[in-house]
Each structure stands twice: as C-alpha cells, then as structure tokens.
Design a protein around this ligand. Structure first.
Ligand code: SAH
Ligand code: SF4
Length: 386
C-alpha cells in the first residue's frame, strides 16, 4: 500500500476536478454515446424505453465495428435506428491537422467540441506490421517539466473519457482499421501509449474510464498488456492505477538525484525519488514479462554523465525494468541541448552492462513532429493570426 495518506489521494482527485471537460451534449440537445460506460449506456436506453440488451448491440457496433451512423447497425430495426439518431450521436473529435512523416509516423491534431485541441501520434513498429497510438490525456499540462514544450502551455483542461477514447477511434478511422466485412481484425493500431500531452494520473478518473472502455472484450478489446501509462510520478495514484487498471507502467525519471529532479521535473518536490521508487517496486504485476519502463531524456551536460548512469542502475537494481533513453527534442526557447552520440552510447553501455535493456529511442517523424506539444501551439498561433 501507499505510504501516502488518503487525504493526499483525495487532494489529487479534487485538483483534477477543477479542470473538468465540458458535458457531452450537442447544441441540438443530442448526446454523444462514445465514452459512456455500459451502465450509463443502459440508463440512456432505459430512459427511451429500450431493453437492456440494446447496450450489448450498441457496444458491438460502436466499439467493435467502429460504426458512426445508426443506419449501418443492421441488427437494429429501421424505426429504432431513426429514433436513436434523433437523440444521440456517435462522435469523433474533428481533425484540425493530419501529417504523415516520411517514416510513416502520422500525427494528428484533434479538435474537440469546445475548440480545444490535443495531439495524437501513430507510431508504426519498424519491424512488425503494427504500431502504437500515442494519446493525450489533457490539453496542456500543469506540471512544467523544464524540457517539455507541453509544460509551457498555460491553457489546460482534462480530456473527458469520450475525448480520450475518441482519439484512438479517430486514428483507427484514418487507417480504415475496423473489422472488414470478411471479419479480419485490425492489427496496425493495436497498442496504446498514454504519452501524449498531459499527466494521465492528474486526470485519473477520465483516463481510467477510457481505458476500461478500450479494454472491454466485446469492443475494441485491447489487453492491458497493450496499454502503457506514462507518469512523471504522481505516487498516490500509481497504486490505484496498478490495482484498478493493471496496465504497463512507464515512469519519466529523467534525473537520479532529488536536487536535479526537483529542477527539471518539479513534481519531484512533492514526491521525491525514494517515494517514487518505492511505488514502482510495489506496482502490481511487475514481472520479467511486464517490466516497468524508465524514461530518461538525455540532456547534454545536465544528466548524461557516467556517474549518473551508475546511480540510475543502483536506483533500479533488482526491479524488472528497462530504460528508454530519449534524445532531447529541442523546441524554440528551450534551454537544453541533446546529448551527443558518444554520451548516449556510454550511458546506454553502463545500463546494459548491469543487465537492463536500454534502447536509445530513435526520433520518429522528426520532419513533422517537432517537440511534444508543438503542433498545438502552431495551430493556436495560426488561428490567432499571429
Ligand atoms: N506526463 C506524462 C506523459 C506525457 S510526457 C509524463 O511526463 O510521463 C511523455 C514523454 O514525453 C516524457 O517521458 C517526456 O520525457 C517526453 N518529452 C517531453 N518533452 C520532450 C522533448 N522536448 N524531447 C523529447 N521527449 C520529450
Ligand atoms: Fe507534463 Fe509530462 Fe510534459 Fe512533464 S513531461 S510537463 S508531466 S506532459
């Protein structure tokens, strides 16, 4: 169990409630069914006098088949299709920008009903015929990590479950990745990483609801092993996520001393390295098959020394872990530089010699990506006419 008090846990949840997303009712009064859980969907059906089995039917069409038009729901009689369409929609975020890189990475800027935007990226696996969808959990981020462009954005709100699930579904739409009439199941978009804009554990309620929807076996049906949640270290919520969702965990460590981490990941002042490591060690289901990923952004002359590599190894000793070394992606106004190749390789060598996998993450889609959070800033600038 967490060393942190229940009050602390409540405080994290209360804080996130301040940034709640707008309700999902359209201007014409229709409600969006996407993002509702089975209980909510059941209540909507009961309210229009429909039996409980409609939930199962709708769930199949919405989440398994990816249908957005009630008229395509062939197991539902025409008059009911019409009535459903009068009261509900099956929504998607709209595509503000979509760019595909020469290396096939595809980046979307999705716009939600209130005009807010967030980024989603599809990253194909270079070897296998599949890939991961990197999803945002918030518009902006309240946490201001020094190297992160998202952290510089002031406007912040949580994304709702419909908007989180909606990013994945809209990305699948873009690839036509829903079961074909022949019954072939989608393969390309079969993994989710919660590593886009925002801190997922500061929006736990909406993220958890969305992940339960995508894990539901009668719909999208992703196993929890195909989902990775990345956190900068919201310790009290890590226990809860582990117990309730059991997804893979990635931790944005980035520094091995509290002194440096306090500066570059300011959340460390609240949950220092020792507490973070203790939370990782008790994260459920960690085994060799389900290692915790430690993300470590390589900043030239800041955190990339051999001594720091050795300290990193000491911190994670005995844990089923791997280390992702991330070359820093500079953005205009950032004060850091990426580590050189030699420093990267030296650092990786020390971590690997201690028995941990330490891949250097190759920058993907660098011709379109720029740094995390940048696309949204560009779009806001253009819309403001700047
Ligand atoms: N808030 C969560 C998840 C989103 S950030 C977290 O911090 O874990 C996901 C990852 O993006 C982080 O590991 C961070 O290291 C990386 N990132 C942020 N800014 C970056 C930059 N300028 N270059 C490279 N990676 C960056
Ligand atoms: Fe927020 Fe993660 Fe960026 Fe830090 S790295 S500011 S927690 S999105």
């Amino acid at each position: 169990m967490s060393d942190l008090s229940e009050t602390d846990r409540v405080r994290v949840l209360a804080k996130s409630a301040l940034f709640d997303p707008p309700a999902v009712v359209l201007a014409d009064g229709r409600r969006d069914l996407v993002g509702m859980d089975r209980t909510e969907l059941g209540a909507e059906m009961a309210a229009i006098g429909e039996p409980a089995f409609r939930v199962k039917q709708l769930w199949h069409w919405i989440y398994h088949q990816g249908v957005t038009d009630f008229a395509r729901m062939s197991s539902i009689a025409r008059p009911l299709q019409v009535r459903l369409a009068e009261k509900f929609v099956i929504g998607r975020p709209s595509v503000a920008t979509e760019q595909t890189s020469v290396d096939s990475t595809r980046k979307f800027l999705f716009r939600f009903r209130d005009g807010q935007e967030a980024e989603t990226v599809y990253i194909p696996d270079p070897v296998e015929d599949r890939g991961a969808v990197c999803i945002s959990s918030q518009v902006g981020c309240t946490l201001s990590c020094r190297f992160c462009h998202t952290g510089t954005q002031t406007l912040v709100r949580n994304l709702g479950a419909p908007e989180i699930v909606g990013q994945f579904m809209a990305a699948r739409d873009s690839y036509g990745e829903w079961p074909s009439p022949k019954g072939e199941t989608p393969r390309l978009l079969s993994t989710i990483v919660l590593m886009g804009m925002g801190e997922p554990l500061y929006n736990y309620v909406n993220v958890a609801k969305a992940m339960k929807i995508v894990m539901d076996g009668e719909g999208i049906g992703l196993s929890r092993r195909r989902i990775t949640l990345s956190t900068s270290g919201v310790v009290p919520m890590m226990d809860r996520a582990g117990a309730e969702l059991g997804v893979n965990l990635a931790v944005s460590l980035h520094a091995v001393t509290d002194e440096l981490r306090d500066e570059i990941v300011p959340l460390n002042r609240k949950y220092p390295i020792a507490e973070l490591m203790a939370a990782c060690r008790r994260y459920p289901g960690s085994s060799n098959a389900r290692r915790i990923t430690f993300e470590y952004i390589m900043l030239k002359g800041v955190n990339d020394s051999e001594a720091e590599a050795r300290e990193l190894v000491r911190l994670i000793a005995g844990m089923p872990a791997k280390v992702n070394l991330i070359p820093f992606n500079p953005w205009p106004g950032s004060k850091y530089e990426p580590s050189g190749k030699a420093a990267l390789e030296r650092f990786a060598g020390i971590v690997m010699a201690a028995g941990f996998a330490a891949p250097i993450r190759t920058p993907r889609g660098s011709d379109i990506l720029a740094a995390c959070g940048q696309l949204r800033t560009e779009s806001r600038r253009e819309r403001a006419g700047a």
